[in-house]
Write a protein that binds this ligand. Structure first.
Ligand SMILES: NC(=O)c1ccc[n+]([C@@H]2O[C@H](COP(=O)([O-])OP(=O)(O)OC[C@H]3O[C@@H](n4cnc5c(N)ncnc54)[C@H](OP(=O)(O)O)[C@@H]3O)[C@@H](O)[C@H]2O)c1
Length: 236
């Protein structure tokens, strides 16, 4: 076990760990945070050797497949320093939309990445987060995971996996509240990325600017909140 005591924590720097940071919203988080002089950025990618743009922006690129328990264990072993803010960003969409198309393999794949991965990454980094100054777990969800807002959509794997992430984030918020943790979920908006497509109205810059404004203002009392990227709250 590493010495993850609070004495290792530099109160003048904020250490972020971003998953799935080699493209899309994750890469934009790295870009915007890299302009802040008080940021230390740890970023993960499934294939770090192909993540050259990311490597130029961050302190370290760590290999991580969030759907693979051994890979998550490897992350826990490689991150020795306190982490202030975990940004659980990695996610996948699904081509399976209607009930007739569904397969167990696809449901497993999407839930593994979007629901189980973020939770187990948080578990693997709990000691690092406890040693950090912000104790923040920021999960990128989707408004498609809102049950209250589902007025007719199917997309079972994606919607279901984001709803599960939301529920487990609230469980985590409840369990860790006595320790001063802040665990939230946030919808980034519909964003122009490989996942969002070119018809999306928001640029990654606009989305991440809003998300970082939320992160900067987060207080322990916000734990268990479902945010929109513009700082408003969304219904569960
Ligand atoms: N774009 C939107 O409109 C939108 C809307 C609502 C929510 N979101 C959420 O926002 C987050 C980021 O999405 P995005 O639009 O930036 O998508 P994206 O451009 O498709 O990027 C997804 C990122 O997740 C990584 N990833 C996928 N599977 C992974 C795994 N098993 N282990 C580790 N990393 C994995 C990808 O890595 P590889 O390059 O290795 O595949 C990539 O870095 C996701 O959680 C998504 O659900 C996006």
């Amino acid at each position: 076990m590493l010495a993850r005591g609070a004495e290792c924590h530099n109160p003048f720097m904020t250490t972020y760990l971003i998953t799935g940071a080699n493209r899309g919203i994750g890469l934009e988080f790295a870009r915007q945070l890299s302009t802040r002089k008080d940021s230390v950025i740890l970023a993960t990618a499934r294939e770090p050797e192909k993540a050259q743009d990311l490597a130029r922006l961050v302190h370290r690129v760590i290999p991580l497949d969030v759907a693979d328990e051994a890979s998550i264990a490897g992350l826990g072993a490689q991150v020795k320093e306190p982490v202030d803010i975990l940004i659980n960003n990695a996610g996948v969409g699904s081509d399976q939309k209607s009930i007739n198309e569904l397969t167990m393999d696809e449901l497993r794949r999407v839930f593994a990445v979007n629901s189980f991965g973020p939770l187990l990454v948080a578990k693997a980094l709990l000691a690092n987060l406890r040693a950090g100054g912000r104790k923040t777990i920021f999960n990128i969800t989707s408004q498609l995971g809102s049950i209250a807002n589902n007025k007719g959509g199917s997309s079972y794997p994606y919607r279901g996996s984001k709803s599960a992430l939301n529920q487990m984030a609230v469980c985590l918020a409840n369990e860790l509240r006595p320790e001063g943790f802040c665990c939230v979920v946030a919808h980034p908006g519909w964003v122009k990325t490989d996942m969002g497509g070119q018809a999306a109205p928001l640029s990654p810059e606009e989305s991440v600017k809003g998300l970082l404004e939320i992160i900067d203002r987060l207080k322990p009392e916000d734990s268990g909140t479902f945010f929109n990227y513009d700082g408003k709250t969304l219904p569960w």
